[in-house]
Design a protein around this ligand. Structure first.
Ligand SMILES: Nc1ncnc2c1ncn2[C@@H]1O[C@H](COP(=O)(O)OP(=O)(O)O)[C@@H](O)[C@H]1O
Ligand SMILES: [Mg+2]
Length: 164
């Protein structure tokens, strides 16, 4: 295995929000550094925004502050112990040039401890992500129950790729 390849850390079937919270607690404790990118991929409604909300809560940002951003609305939060959080949602991103014009790449230029959380991260070419940031990738799959609009559960996979 090459040094900087993405590695599967865990895969779990989750049936409720408290099981999602357990995973996010693990992400907070074991994976978040002062320079990390949380890449969230997976179906609409699978739990990307919810995961970020739970993580913010665990980090000490109040629930009320956290919105689901639509693209071009970039949300910024700060925890009580000084971690900056930049939250993007790339759902409406049409091409990579839109990222340039919205200042997306500027957030990587910071010297401050920062977590960059990106919903619909598969809209982004990950080859352009700066190598000195740790990549934490959460992939969500909605597993159907057979009943319309009611998933049986979610399958969550966590991958990690260390920064150089
Ligand atoms: N693990 C879970 N168990 C139960 N409900 C969940 C879970 N994850 C998300 N949900 C619910 O699913 C809905 C959509 O979640 P959301 O986070 O907005 O999805 P996404 O951002 O991926 O489109 C919300 O009502 C949320 O409460
Ligand atoms: Mg969302």
């Amino acid at each position: 295995m090459k040094d900087h390849e993405e590695q599967k850390v865990l895969q779990r079937n989750i049936f409720n929000l408290s099981e999602l919270k357990n995973i996010m607690e693990e992400v907070r404790k074991l994976h978040i550094t002062d320079k990390s990118i949380l890449l969230l991929t997976g179906d609409l409604g699978a739990g990307k925004t919810t995961s970020i909300r739970i993580l913010m809560e665990l980090l000490g940002v109040s629930h009320q502050q956290v919105a689901s951003p639509s693209f071009a609305l970039h949300h910024h939060y700060k925890t009580s112990n000084g971690l900056n959080i930049d939250h993007f949602d790339l759902y409406r991103l049409e091409d990579q040039d839109d990222l340039e014009s919205t200042g997306f790449w500027d957030v990587f230029a910071t010297e401050l401890p920062t977590l960059i959380a990106i919903e619909w991260a598969d809209r982004l070419n990950w080859d352009y992500l700066p190598l000195d940031w740790k990549q934490i990738h959460l992939h969500f799959i909605l597993v159907p129950s057979g009943e319309l609009d009611t998933p049986s559960h979610r399958e969550v996979t966590l991958f990690s790729k260390k920064g150089k």
